[in-house]
Design a protein around this ligand. Structure first.
Ligand code: FAS
Ligand code: PHB
Length: 389
């Protein structure tokens, strides 16, 4: 088989890139390790930056998002029982969109299938070859058969545990990592959200986040120990702990119900450089990971896709390779800004096991400064809604 762009990974990065390229007449194949249902069963991001929404529109897959999304003009922060709002609309005339990654991924699969674009599920042993030559190729196994794809370029969209990043020679790769000493225990419940906007809560007991997917589907997280397991947390224990961490007025208003999903995610900051080697281009979690505090994971994956999409159409349509040559440098500029914001917000809002009393005082002082300073809130708003591409 020969194709212009082979995409490894059928998550949001690979699907959005495939959809954008398809609309420009550029042929792709997506190789996905899991089944379609497995990919669509993941509960992950919930907040879209405006740039993400714009690219979904450009990809022609924004109709359901436009109908069903919620527009949020701000977020609530709290330290103990002291809530305050960061009002994006008032500060920077902007907003964010609440639309789950699961829905976004479904919309992309639906469009890809309507276009009869090729996706191979259940692939095994994907290997990338000739990356430093004009004739790269991919091999993989599928239903017991060895397969081979010749291509012009390979987009590594296979997430943190994929094969693509590992295909960049170790001598070329520089990796930067910070692992946080706690995780997030998240649940999904068919209950009305406790607040009409998200609540990021810092308390003596740890961090909590009140989010949502729609007016009847709430998403909540509490910071938990890395040693915790989902089985140790009954729904009632979760609700009791959440109430202890959010402002009293919200704890009283909280509507609880059975969890329909419950999982623990570890938190890490990670970047690999470069994001390009020869004919291989890394996108999204294959190249970088952020703690979910700043809602930047999916959105930063999308900004990578934006840069790579523009670079590939310039190559195929105009023979212009400048975008491809600059892809890694351009993408990393925005990646590191997202890493910084996510690291800063995580350090501000969480309890660290080795924290001194002085450290806690510094956190409290910074949150109080954020509460009282329009300029600090403006900087926070600019980062949260998404910096320019
Ligand atoms: P993905 O990991 O989504 O997709 C990669 C795909 O490649 C997967 O489908 C995988 O099966 C496939 N794959 C892997 N290896 C392969 C191989 N060898 N061959 C073929 N296919 C292969 N972000 C937020 O903004 N907010 C959040 O709240 C949030 N919560 C998260 C919770 C968890 C548990 C995780 C893991 C991530 C979370 N994220 C969150 C980040 C997440 O949304 C990612 O940023 C987003 O999924 C990135 O999309 P992709 O780059 O497509 O990577
Ligand atoms: C979510 O709704 O899953 C969500 C929202 C904001 C975050 C992280 C997760 O910062």
């Amino acid at each position: 088989m020969r194709i212009q762009v082979a995409i490894i990974g059928g998550g949001p990065s690979g699907l959005l890139l495939g959809q954008l390229l398809h609309r420009q007449g550029i042929e792709t194949v997506i190789l996905e390790r899991q089944t379609r249902d497995h990919v669509l069963g993941r509960i992950r991001a919930g907040i879209l930056e405006k740039g993400t929404a714009s690219l979904m529109r450009e990809a022609g897959v924004a109709d359901r998002m436009e109908r069903e999304c919620l527009i949020h003009d701000g977020i609530m922060l709290s330290y103990g029982n002291d809530p305050f709002e960061i009002n994006f609309r008032q500060l920077i005339q902007s907003s964010v969109i609440v639309y789950g990654q699961t829905e976004l991924t479904y919309d992309l699969y639906h469009a890809r299938e309507a276009n009869n674009a090729k996706t191979v599920f259940g692939v095994e042993e994907v290997r990338l070859y000739n990356l430093d030559r004009p004739s790269p190729y991919v091999t993989y196994r599928h239903r017991g058969q060895d397969r081979h794809i010749d291509c012009d370029f390979i987009a590594g969209c296979d997430g943190f545990h994929g094969i693509s990043r590992q295909s960049v020679p170790r001598s070329i790769r520089r990796e930067y990592e910070k692992v946080y000493p706690f995780g997030w225990l998240g649940i999904l419940s068919e209950t009305p959200p406790v607040n009409d906007e998200l609540i990021y809560a810092s308390s003596e007991r740890g961090f909590a986040l009140c989010s949502m997917r729609n007016p009847n589907l709430s998403r909540y997280y509490i910071q938990c120990a890395l040693s915790d397991t989902v089985h140790e947390w009954s729904d009632n224990d979760f609700w009791d702990e959440l109430r202890r961490r959010i402002p009293a007025s919200k704890a009283e208003a909280l509507v609880t119900g059975p969890s329909i999903e419950k999982s623990i995610a570890p938190l890490r900051s990670f970047v690999t450089e470069p994001m390009h080697w020869g004919r291989l281009f890394l996108c999204g979690d294959a190249a970088h990971i952020v703690p979910p505090t700043g809602a930047k994971g999916l959105n930063t994956a999308v900004s990578d896709v934006n840069y790579l999409y523009l670079a590939l159409i310039a190559h195929f349509q105009e023979g212009d390779n400048e975008g491809l040559d600059r892809y890694s440098e351009q993408a990393l500029l925005r990646v590191w800004k997202a890493e910084r914001f996510s690291w800063w917000f995580t350090n501000l809002m969480h309890r660290f096991p080795d924290q001194s009393q002085f450290d806690r005082k510094m956190q409290r002082a910074e949150i109080t400064f954020l509460r009282d300073s329009t300029s600090a809130q403006t900087v926070m708003a600019q980062n949260y809604v998404g910096l320019p591409y």
